[in-house]
Write a protein that binds this ligand. Structure first.
Ligand code: AP5
Ligand code: MG
Ligand code: ZN
Length: 219
């Protein structure tokens, strides 16, 4: 039962790789961004609170996000299937809270996969990304175009551009990342959990690099 985390800046490919890894290892994909976007679309109090922060590319307050993850990790399927965190934690306070939660659950992290990508490339990935709000599939106009323009290959839903993928907001998200999230690289290096993955390779090569780390030959 795997207990994994994908770390990396906006656009690094966390969601893209998470979809594959969740299938390969049967783990539960926990994306705080997806949870918050669903709440936003449903117009719940959580969604209304999160909207302003998300649309500006700022982080939603720690206590709100920590509460969400705490609730999700406590569900029984996590113990059976394990987890893959994507987009959480994003601050040192969140990482410390996660350590406590996982200790209480007796489910320590196994590895933190840090997807490294140059900021110039990130901006390009984000502004050309298209997503399917219905099933969560992620496309890219150049790197991973859908078979039919504007239509999801998987569910036939209409593809949209995330509001926070507008150029101005992308710049802010990248700045927020360097300020608040990048320190987690040192945090997890210090705990002996960090594994560097070259996220600039094509999608399949990144996938292969991760699998090689998680399934070392001869193990
Ligand atoms: P969140 O949804 O987590 O967004 P993010 O971290 O900014 O990351 P993205 O989802 O944009 O990128 P990704 O790494 O998943 O890349 P993807 O695979 O899509 O968070 C959104 C907002 O929610 C935050 O700004 C904040 O407001 C709030 N929030 C969420 N979690 C929070 C938390 N813990 N605390 C506080 N607030 C929180 O790929 C990107 C594009 O590149 C796609 O088009 C894809 O097709 C393409 N691509 C992927 N891999 C490759 C590759 N190897 N080569 C070429 N193209 C590729
Ligand atoms: Mg994502
Ligand atoms: Zn879809």
């Amino acid at each position: 039962m795997r207990r994994l985390m994908l770390l990396g800046p906006p656009g690094a490919g966390k969601g893209t790789q998470a979809a594959y890894l969740a299938e390969r290892y049967g783990v539960r994909h926990i994306s705080t961004g997806d949870i918050l976007r669903e709440a936003k679309a449903a117009g719940t109090p959580l969604g209304l609170l999160a909207k302003g922060y998300m649309d500006r590319g700022e982080l939603v307050p720690d206590e709100v996000v920590i509460g969400l993850v705490k609730e999700r990790l406590a569900q029984p399927d996590i113990r059976e299937r394990g987890f893959l965190l994507d987009g959480f934690p994003r601050t040192v306070a969140q990482a410390e809270a996660l350590d406590r939660l996982l200790e209480e659950l007796g489910m320590p992290l196994e590895a933190v996969l840090n997807l490294r990508v140059d900021p110039e490339l990130l901006a390009r990935r984000l502004t050309l990304r298209r997503s399917c709000p219905a099933c969560g599939a992620v496309y890219h106009l150049e790197n991973r175009p859908p078979k039919v323009e504007g239509v999801c290959d998987i569910c036939g839903g209409a593809l949209v551009q995330r509001p926070d993928d507008a150029e101005e907001t992308v710049r802010n998200r990248l700045a927020v990342y360097s300020r608040q999230t990048e320190p987690l690289i040192a945090y997890y290096t210090g705990r002996g959990l960090l594994v560097e993955i070259d996220g600039e390779q094509p999608i399949e090569a990144v996938r292969q690099a991760i699998v090689e780390v998680l399934e070392p030959a001869g193990r």
